[in-house]
Design a protein around this ligand. Structure first.
Ligand SMILES: Cc1ncc(COP(=O)(O)O)c(C=O)c1O
Length: 374
């Protein structure tokens, strides 16, 4: 099966992991701070807190803002469930806004319509690696005194107005799952320029305790520590951080490869009348976590999906709108007709294989299989 996404692990990655396994610190050790510094250097943000998943990163990012329980956060329904789940973990209410058809990102106009006196933040997702219109989101946030939380799990390596993703929002969240731009197996991080938020994030990722194991180690160190608030164990290991460090060195190369694959898809599929190709706005650098196409009205998406899967091509559907899921149907029911663009895009969208290691033969096989459909 040619998957829709896949990690690229080299001998350098393996060596770095093995080195940590031979060391004294396989968790709470020096590799974590090194990885965090590298994330800051790469993105230009001041602080990074690495954790054990993008989901954990979203959870503590939201928690760090101490929003009053019952407050509303405006977010996109066209994403993985974790983007809304993090609000529920923190007693907040997701209020979904429509998406725009071209980028599948949240629609700023609909955000404006959904703001109430209970709204405290906007949590947006850079769908597929295409940054949202952050300038406009910032304007809305400033006018209405809202925090901006950027779920950048798809957009590491992307740029908005010439600046890397990671410095434009109050909090930016990354994921290092194997299908993402770089991997640590499982892993994530929260980036922020705000020192106070960063200090809270460090507490929250480790039980709310003010000193980690390493600072309590050695001849001069005291045993004392204090649990300041209710945190979790969301710590990433040094084994994973070592992998993150070597992966991050190769990130720009991975993104260039993804851009090249996207260019090749566009050139190979531009004349296929029943396919609409994804767009890139002029003020962004797209980092192509996903390559999604929209099928014409008369093409049955599920027929195309089954056809491709039977040819061993792991196409996928990103995403089932969050409000479709049973849990959300029960807890926050909405009328699907209020989201005509989201519904229409959901019914026609398909993700094609997109990862740096796809070979020319595999790529040609995918394109030939698509164009032989019908
Ligand atoms: C947009 C988005 N947010 C959050 C997550 C959660 O990340 P993780 O799988 O690292 O927990 C994902 C994962 O696919 C995602 O796509």
């Amino acid at each position: 099966m040619i998957p829709y996404g896949k990690q690229a692990i080299g001998d350098d990655d393996i060596r770095a992991v093995v080195e940590v396994l031979h060391s004294d610190w396989i968790t709470t050790g020096p590799k974590i701070a090194e990885f965090e510094q590298d994330l800051c250097r790469y993105t230009g943000c001041r602080h990074a807190a690495a954790v054990n998943s993008g989901t954990s990163a979203l959870d503590i990012a939201v928690q760090s803002l101490s929003l009053t329980k019952g407050s509303e956060v405006i977010t996109t329904p066209f994403t993985f469930v974790a983007s809304s789940n993090c609000l529920l973990y923190n007693g907040l209410k997701p209020v979904w806004a429509e998406i725009t058809r071209d980028t599948r990102n949240i629609d700023p106009e609909d955000i404006r319509r959904k703001i109430t006196n209970k709204t405290k933040a906007i949590l947006f997702v850079d769908f597929a690696g295409h940054p949202c219109d952050i300038k406009e989101l910032k304007e809305i946030a400033e006018e209405n005194n809202l925090y901006l939380i950027q779920d950048a799990c798809h957009s590491l390596g992307a740029e908005y107005q010439g600046r890397k993703i990671g410095t434009q929002s109050d909090l930016t969240v990354l994921s290092f799952h194997p299908v993402k731009h770089i991997t640590t197996g499982e892993g994530g991080a929260v980036l922020t320029d705000d020192q106070n938020l960063h200090e809270r994030l460090l507490l929250l990722r480790s039980h709310g305790i003010d000193r980690d194991a390493r600072s309590r180690y050695g001849p001069e160190a005291s045993w004392a520590y204090d649990m300041k608030e209710l945190g979790r164990n969301y710590r990433i290991t040094d084994i994973q951080a070592a992998l993150g460090i070597t992966q991050l060195k190769k990130l720009d190369g991975f993104v260039e490869k993804r851009i090249d694959i996207a260019r090749k898809y566009v050139s190979a599929l531009k004349d296929v009348s029943w396919i609409s190709l994804p767009v890139t706005h002029p003020n962004v650098k797209h980092s192509w976590h996903l390559f999604t196409i929209i099928l014409a009205d008369h093409v049955k998406r599920d027929e195309f999906f089954t056809y491709m899967r039977r040819k061993n091509i792991g196409v996928n559907v990103h995403y089932i709108p969050v409000y479709h899921h049973t849990y959300y149907r029960k807890t926050i029911p909405v009328n699907d007709n209020d989201f005509p663009v989201t519904e229409d895009v959901f019914n026609r969208i398909i993700s094609l294989p997109m990862y740096p290691g796809i070979t020319d033969d595999e790529f040609s096989y995918v394109v030939d299989t698509i164009t032989s459909f019908r």
